[in-house]
Design a protein around this ligand. Sequence first.
Ligand SMILES: [Zn+2]
Ligand SMILES: [Zn+2]
Length: 269
Amino acid sequence: MRATFLGVRGSTCAPGRDFVRYGGNTSCVAVTLTGRDRPTVLLDAGTGIRGATALLEGEPFRGTVLVSHLHWDHVQGLPFFAAGDRPGSAVRVVVPAQGGSSGRDLLAQLMAPPGFPIEPEGLLGDWSFDAVEDGAVVVDGLGVTAVDVEHKGGRTYGYVLEEYGRRLAYLPDHAPAAGVSAALLGALQGVDVLVHDAQFLEGERDRADAYGHATVADAVRLAERVGSGRLVLFHHGPHRSDDDLDAVAGLVPTGVEVLTAREGLGFVV
Ligand SMILES: [Zn+2]
Ligand SMILES: [Zn+2]
């Protein structure tokens, strides 16, 4: 499978000249399955999801959006995803089950007047909204496992994607310092790529813990613990400039290959 990074920020967008090289959009990664020309799976629907329309080359999106959790920075792009919000689209949105609510109702907490002009059914095309429990998630052509992770303010999943024995783990918001479950360790063991929360630095530990996020060092420690092949630092703090991010990957010596996610980064897993 091929992963293409469309939005790499956490919390809120970071526009401006100090943020052009890594990009200012919030979380979204497009996944194109082997043998396909266009993505059919999107990880999160932050503002970066707008960039998926160009990858679809004029075609409507027909596939699955796996939402890690319902914080704004992971869903606010959904109604601005032009290739989804049009006739001919078929979009399945998967969100973590919580509070006994339907997927539609969970999204409608964020997407309904007076907070937003339309409700989920106002989107054009064929949309469905599924609140799923952890475990296996059925996605055409791909093995997907949803695993509960420590974060704050609502249920949060990490997703592990597997195709032809190659595995990509996506944990955009995660506080490993608050504890890593045996189930999560098992799911991450030996993943080929770990895309992980790296919003804070060690000097910002108090905020990382208070907000339920990771530091870069936390991400590296977890990658080493599970023996991941490549660590991609993701969900950068909105205050972290391009120059700051250039320095981030060099902060922690590690035997793991570390990349700092930027918009436009793409590679085959
Ligand atoms: Zn986030
Ligand atoms: Zn969050």
